[in-house]
Design a protein around this ligand. Structure first.
Ligand SMILES: *Cc1c(COP(=O)(O)O)cnc(C)c1O
Length: 358
């Protein structure tokens, strides 16, 4: 039996995608071998690589003046790739809204004059600070934000205006979950293991005019232009992860694309947040305008009850609800692959647990 997995990442994959992958596992489309065993220079893999890019472009509406690459190293490697690739004046501004944006800021400091333009640390990252153009240095190479904060459960509700300074965003935990105007960004990046596929592949989307400003010491493997030139095949790519990502893109397109999943995601989030807000037992600390539709942290009246909640939920097939150690309590990650039935089952369980422990 399949459980509902609320893990923040690696997280649930859509069942039809897993079934398709299973069907193709031993013999990929009549080639008599698995994608895992295939040369990345072979025709069938080239087709997978091309399809993955084409589908992602279509789903996200990526404009012509952007390149899309599939690389390794996770979002964490991009924390360093960003300052090394966007290195004209050697200075950049960071908005710190949680753990990952803090890490990105910290790594970047090794490579230049980095400034924290704003932070929400004063209230334990329960909101997104108000941002305006004047807060950023006009000669900064870029402004970096984390669009959805996986651990603290916050999300930007508008794309900040950075004027002529390119905006770079980590969208690891919200990619393809709702419509996003790519043209407002210079660079977007996301690890696959939240909304796209298995860990191991990272998506980077780079505007063409930002591809010739890498630092001299930028490692060849981290340089976006290296992979852009070779269509993500400079070296052996994470073939299997990219293949599964392609199947996820197909699945999403079949559902009606990002617009359709956004509607479903809204319903799922409303179901859970409305229940929490109407309960005197559970509490979500995030300021309402900044609540993430993907990651929903909440607490019960005590740490003992939190622990009991997590283990009782596990017994009912509601997995990985323990909150991140930085926040405590519980966290339900309800990415694209989580069906609304999973959220209903969670809410039903929460009701029962509340009744039994009030
Ligand atoms: C998970 C996550 C990361 C870290 O991703 P890795 O692939 O483990 O490097 C970075 N940023 C955000 C927003 C995330 O959700």
């Amino acid at each position: 039996m399949r459980n509902y997995n609320f893990s923040a990442g690696p997280s649930m994959l859509p069942l039809p995608v897993l079934e398709k992958v299973q069907k193709n596992l031993l013999d990929y489309e009549g080639n008599g071998i698995s994608v895992m065993e295939m040369s990345h220079r072979s025709k069938p893999y080239q087709a997978i690589n091309d399809q993955a890019e084409a589908l992602l472009r279509e789903l996200m509406g990526v404009p012509e003046n952007y390149d899309v690459i599939f690389v390794q190293g996770g979002a964490s490697m991009q924390f360093e790739a960003v300052p090394l690739n966007l290195h004209k004046n050697g200075k950049a501004d960071y908005v710190v809204t949680g753990n990952f944006s803090g890490k990105a800021y910290k790594e970047a400091q090794k490579y230049g004059d980095m400034k924290e333009a704003a932070s929400s640390a004063d209230r334990n990252f329960t909101y997104i600070p108000a941002l305006e153009k004047g807060m950023f240095r006009t000669d900064a190479d870029y402004v970096h934000i984390c669009y959805n904060n996986t651990i603290f459960g916050t999300k930007y509700n508008a794309i900040p205006d950075t004027g002529d300074v390119p905006l770079v965003a980590d969208i690891s935990s919200c990619i393809l979950s709702e419509e996003l105007d790519v043209s407002k960004f210079g660079v977007l990046y996301a690890g696959a293991q939240k909304n796209v596929g298995p860990a191991g592949v990272t998506i980077v989307i780079v505007r063409k005019d930002l591809q010739n400003m890498a630092s001299n010491v930028c490692p060849t493997m981290m340089k976006w232009s290296t992979q852009i030139k070779e269509k993500s095949l400079y070296n052996t790519p994470p073939c299997f992860s990219t293949y599964v990502a392609m199947e996820t893109f197909r699945w999403l397109k079949g559902l009606g694309g990002v617009k359709a999943i956004e509607q479903i995601n809204r319903e799922k989030a409303a179901l859970l947040y409305d229940f929490i807000d109407n309960s005197s037992f559970y509490c979500n600390a995030v300021e309402k305008p900044f609540r993430s539709p993907m990651n929903v942290p909440f607490v019960s009246p005590s740490e003992e009850l939190d622990k009991e909640f997590v283990s009782a939920a596990q017994k009912e097939g509601l997995l990985t609800l323990k909150g991140h150690r930085l926040v405590g309590g519980m966290r339900a990650s309800i990415y694209n692959a989580m069906p609304i039935e999973g959220v209903r089952k969670l809410v039903d369980f929460m009701k029962r647990f509340e009744k039994e422990h009030k």
